[in-house]
Design a protein around this ligand. Structure first.
Ligand code: HEM
Length: 533
């Protein structure tokens, strides 16, 4: 990686000079002092107390003491890979420039480098990869206009529609603060009082809640974004990744079996596929809707608990991503990678989706704490292009982001002498007109249950059986009031769905074992998925 000019202005400090008695592989400390004894503390006699002036030891152990940075508050467990994205340049029969001027899409000749991080959400950095949990699917595009991050999940919808509820939903899913165990009672206590989560719960407790690995799962931007064309005209868009390896989900039983043997199976699967040249690929699809409120729909297009059904809003294939290189250093590239929904380039924009707007503050905020204020100077996060900024200093400042030859005295703008200048406007700005009362109020068009019912009806028998079995098992210890509320929600979604959950819970103590066995399917059925979208 290129480290640019370091703060002393002298380029990379590591110029590789060796002292006379050193070889290529001579062990040194970080001060460049050769280490002659890496086996023994300095002690008074060989059995006596140790002394505290042993700099080599102090440096070694105190650096070790700081090897960990805080893990991500969510999505701590992950795996990553490098690759590239290439646009097809078209939306259906139209040139893609009809909708967006983003060069990553309009320039179909060019391969844009990407870094992808897949993850689970709730548990810690070394937790099993067989959890029933959404999977993160975060892509950093190093475009010629700077970085674009598409921070998505495998499932296309989410539990909540307002960012202010994110800490609550996550706390309910995280381990109990007293017992330190994830507890379905707490999860369903929250979900029973959050009717908009019914659709996500329907997906999460079906086999779609445990993708078989990272290569055979879909991805989705989940939130609604905008595309902006040369005239400054916007459309609403949703992004989806479709794996060319096919989709594979697991029943609980299948996941339990894998977890008993290997709790790193998804990381291993991704790494080994890439090592042997079996590069995973995904096609990127977009769904497009005219910008506006859409009162004719039975849902709000800014509500991330809703799907945009394919038959109404076709999926247009717009490009392909190939992952072809494993990280060389997990910590430097995967752990320190920082993605955020605010990281957009010209031609791509936010919508007023309240989740998206709330997320956009949260990512860079946590990264300034988790990685440090200069996290964007790390090679994995830095754009692969010209940089010119008057931002200075801070912890771990490594270089100055100014073009070579620029005047280091002028770290302000404007200047009549030299210094950085504002860029020229690109296309016509998209300037949406907004007016209204400032208030705290939910959206009108909630329709919390309609699509949950539709998803139930679109599931195949295997998915329905597994969903009921998993919900029954998770709800079996919950208070009766919570069970009743969940049955009520599922019944509102679809009467058969509610009825089956009700019967399942009532019979749980007698026939739960039989039901679980009914839901067990052998490995050859693993690819058996519906098309609920
Ligand atoms: C990671 C916040 C909703 C996908 C994170 C992180 C935070 C966060 C603080 C840790 C980032 C880091 O340490 O680098 C939020 C908030 C949300 C929200 C406040 C809602 C208001 C979502 C949704 C999705 C999502 C709806 C799916 C589209 C991800 C992914 C990561 C992540 C994939 C991991 C990125 C990586 O691999 O480093 N989120 N999130 N989040 N979030 Fe969200």
């Amino acid at each position: 990686p290129s480290y640019g000019t370091n703060v002393t202005g002298e380029g990379d400090a590591r110029d590789g000079r060796k002292a006379e008695n050193e070889k290529e592989d001579t062990l040194t400390n970080r001060q460049g002092h050769p280490i002659t004894d890496n086996q023994n503390l300095t002690t008074v006699g060989n059995r006596g107390p140790s002394t505290l002036e042993n700099y080599d030891y102090l440096e070694k152990i105190s650096h070790f003491d700081r090897e960990r940075i805080p893990e991500r508050v969510v999505h701590a467990r992950g795996a990553g890979a490098h690759g590239y994205f290439q646009s097809y340049g078209k939306v259906g029969d139209d040139p893609i420039s009809k909708y967006t001027r983003a060069k990553v899409f309009t320039n179909a000749e060019k391969q844009t480098p990407v870094f992808v991080r897949f993850s689970t959400v709730i548990h810690g950095a070394h937790s099993p990869e067989t959890q029933r949990d959404p999977r993160g699917f975060a892509v950093k595009f190093y475009t010629e206009d700077g970085n674009w991050d598409l921070v998505g999940n495998n499932l296309k919808i989410f539990f909540i529609r307002d960012a202010i509820k994110f800490p609550d939903v996550i706390h309910s899913l995280k381990p109990d603060p007293v017992t330190n165990r994830q507890d379905p009672k707490r999860i369903f206590d929250f979900m029973a009082s959050t009717p908009e989560s019914t659709h996500m719960i329907t997906f999460l407790f079906s086999p779609w809640g445990i993708p078989a690995n990272y290569r055979q799962m879909q991805g989705s931007g989940v939130n609604t974004y905008k595309w902006i064309n040369e005239e400054g005209k916007a459309v609403l868009v949703k992004y989806h990744w479709e794996p060319l390896q096919g989709i594979k989900n697991l029943t609980q039983e299948e996941a339990d079996h894998i977890q008993g043997q290997n709790f790193n199976h998804a990381t291993q699967d991704l790494y080994e596929a890439i090592e042997k040249g079996d590069y995973p690929e995904w096609e990127l699809y977009v769904q497009i809707m005219e910008d506006g409120e859409h009162p004719e729909l039975d849902f709000d297009p800014l509500d991330d608990t809703k799907l945009w059904y394919k038959d109404q809003f076709p999926w247009y294939k717009v490009g392909k991503m190939t992952l072809n290189k494993n990280p060389e250093n997990y910590f430097a590239e995967v752990e320190q990678a920082a993605f955020g929904t605010g990281v957009l380039v010209d031609g791509l924009d936010f919508s007023d989706d309240k989740m998206l707007q709330g997320r956009t503050f949260s990512y860079s905020d946590t990264q300034r704490y988790r990685v440090g204020p200069n996290y964007l100077q790390l090679p994995i996060n830095a754009p692969k292009k010209h940089l010119g900024t008057n931002q200075r200093d801070g912890q771990m400042a490594y270089y100055v982001d100014n073009p070579p030859g620029s005047d280091p005295h002028i770290n302000y703008e404007p200047s009549m002498m030299d210094g950085l200048k504002e860029a020229e406007e690109k296309g016509k700005a998209h300037e949406p007109y907004v007016s209204g009362e400032v208030k705290r109020e939910a959206i009108e068009h909630k329709n919390d249950f309609g699509q949950a019912g539709e998803t139930w009806r679109r599931f195949n028998d295997r998915e329905k059986d597994d969903l009921i079995s998993n919900l029954v098992s998770a709800l079996s210890d919950a208070d009766e009031s919570i069970q009743k509320q969940m049955i009520k929600h599922m019944t509102e979604a679809d009467s058969e769905y509610g009825q089956r959950l009700k019967e399942g819970i009532e019979n749980a103590h007698t026939n739960m074992n039989d039901k679980q066995e009914d839901a067990v399917h052998d490995a050859e059925r693993m690819g058996d998925v519906s098309d609920p979208y």
